[in-house]
Ligand binder design. Structure first.
Ligand SMILES: [Zn+2]
Length: 297
């Protein structure tokens, strides 16, 4: 028999793997306009094996180390809150904390883009690190929570598929996420949601589970449901932040530039921006929001 501590550490390490495959499955399922192999290809381009292994090792070591404290989560509230903060740090905090370090040390995969950094500095008056992801990744994103680790990543195909103005608009959107500390706020929101859920769970649901014969099963399902709900709430804030980043970009590069860039990005991704997702509003909603925000001023 494997001991409890090791089992716990293994389970928490496997959860990110399951999450990863679930997100791939969701991507394939919901991107109707996209071809199956195209989805896999995009997924593979975004996947960084070195980061993933490093992430898994850290999760395992942390889980194993903190297992004794987390083990009595049902006995007291402090323990329950601790276990959730633990998971949040794994899935929402560890990414933006660990990923920039991997990026900065892997210059062959994440190439420096000094010219663009200079353009941002001169034209937009912001200092930020920009790296080109040396893969067929048709996307751009911002990472990093700590001030020195904030990086904007651009997939290689965007350099050729987008015009200079469109590229600047896409970067201005990502800069919006960075400058408005969106990743940090998302982590904070997640922690607050989880603490509220934990209080409800401990005070209202747990007494029932302890009395019931199949309490552990109901407990597992309820726990899963609560996580789904918290994901929905997080998605709500993520969508708000997308609108916010679009507006930020519109102020810098002009509303027509960001609108054109979003439309082009949608075209080259095979209509991906039109697909409804939990974390992003649809292209139509975003274009409308940009238009509205400027008609009010
Ligand atoms: Zn965004």
């Amino acid at each position: 028999m494997i001991d409890r501590r090791l089992t716990f550490a293994l389970v928490t390490t496997v959860i990110p793997v399951i999450t990863l495959f679930a997100s791939l499955a969701a991507e394939i399922l919901f991107s109707k306009n996209q071809k199956f192999f195209e989805s896999i290809k995009q997924f593979k381009s975004g996947f960084d094996f070195v980061y993933f292994i490093l992430f898994s090792i850290i999760v395992f070591v942390l889980s194993y180390t903190f297992s004794p404290i987390l083990d009595n989560q049902d006995k007291n509230q402090a323990g329950s809150i601790l276990i959730l903060i633990f998971f949040i740090v794994f899935f929402y905090g560890l990414g933006p904390l660990l990923y920039p370090i991997v990026i900065l040390f892997r210059s062959s995969r994440y190439e420096e883009y000094k010219d663009m950094e200079k353009i941002i500095q001169v034209e937009m008056n912001y200092a930020v690190k920009v790296r080109i992801v040396n893969r067929e990744l048709i996307n751009a994103f911002a990472t990093g929570i700590l001030p020195f680790s904030k990086i904007i990543l651009i997939g290689m195909p965007l350099l050729t598929d987008l015009t200079n103005d469109e590229l600047k608009a896409v970067i201005a959107h990502e800069l919006g996420h960075t400058k408005k500390h969106h990743l940090f706020y998302l982590m904070l929101i997640m922690i607050v949601i989880q603490i509220i859920i934990m209080i409800i769970y401990n005070h209202m649901l747990l007494p029932f589970f302890l009395l019931h014969k199949f309490g552990w099963l109901v407990k597992g399902i309820t726990f899963g449901l609560l996580l789904v709900i918290s994901n929905e709430i997080l998605g709500f804030f993520q969508r708000k932040m997308e609108y916010d980043a679009d507006k930020f970009a519109a102020k810098i590069v002009g509303k027509n530039s960001i609108k054109k860039a979003l439309e082009k990005l949608n075209k080259i991704t095979g209509g991906k921006l039109q697909v409804k997702s939990i974390s992003h509003p649809t292209l139509e909603q975003r274009l409308l929001s940009i238009e509205e925000s400027f008609s009010n001023e």
